[in-house]
Design a protein. Structure first.
Length: 65
């Protein structure tokens, strides 16, 4: 037979474990979102740089006799 103290201890332990898992899952979601955002921003900047360089090359080509 389990005593009242042990039941309460088990309940607190289960709640703590569950909360820790949920916080960890939320942290994973946030981390993944930050990584995705950083990747998209970086890709956008890379695209802008490539377009600027292509425009510069096209302008140089137009200036040739």
């Amino acid at each position: 037979m389990v005593g009242e103290f042990e039941r309460k201890k088990d309940t607190v332990q289960e709640l703590t474990e569950s909360a820790a898992e949920r916080v960890g899952n939320i942290a994973k979601i946030i981390t993944s979102a930050v990584v995705d955002i950083a990747r998209e921003v970086g890709d956008g900047i890379t695209d802008a740089i490539e377009m600027r360089e292509a425009a510069w090359r096209a302008e140089r080509d137009d200036e040739r006799p």
